[in-house]
Design a protein around this ligand. Structure first.
Ligand code: ADP
Length: 151
């Protein structure tokens, strides 16, 4: 059976920290789906959804095991639909851990076949966060070095 993982997140924007998690996970999974959670009537994104889908596709153009989609439903339901048995998440620190711990329990409750797999961030990316990148970009700072594609 193919090992398919979903990497869910807001990816606003997708960073080199995210890219690192996806690339390292390819030693565990046959296929990884980067799934951007987005509800057009509720979410206010900083980077447009279509723009980010394009950039993620560009990032992985040489890596056919990685695909991108946008979803607006429970992650556990999406996993069921696309035949994924794994959720991939990254952990940077204890704050991530506290949050990830509870959502992984809930996802397991919603879909008993779904196992969450955590990869610890590579130290060089441990301080890279989408929130900080948005703030720096908003005020005109250069964020290119944190992104795996040209802005
Ligand atoms: P969410 O909105 O669900 O928190 P994000 O887009 O911020 O999603 O992040 C998606 C996943 O990537 C989360 O598991 C998050 O902890 C992880 N992540 C974010 N930045 C990094 C990083 N620099 N290194 C490793 N993992 C990261």
């Amino acid at each position: 059976m193919k090992r398919i993982a979903i990497f869910p997140g807001s990816f606003d924007p997708f960073t080199k920290g995210h890219e690192d998690i996806v690339l390292r996970s390819l030693s565990l999974f046959d296929e990884v789906i980067v799934a951007i959670g987005f509800n057009s009537s509720k979410n206010k994104r900083y980077f447009e959804i279509d723009f980010m889908v394009d950039k993620i596709k560009t990032t992985f153009k040489e890596t056919p095991q990685v695909s991108v989609l946008v979803y607006n439903e429970l992650t556990a339901t999406l996993a069921d639909k696309v035949g994924a048995n794994f959720l991939l998440r990254g952990l940077r620190n204890t704050t991530d851990f506290e949050y990830e711990n509870s959502i992984s329990q809930v996802n397991r409750h919603l879909n008993n076949d779904l196992e969450t797999v955590f990869l610890i961030t590579s130290p060089v990316f441990s301080s890279v966060s989408s929130t900080i990148i948005r703030e720096v970009h908003r005020y005109g700072g250069d964020v290119q070095e944190f992104l795996p594609y040209e802005l």
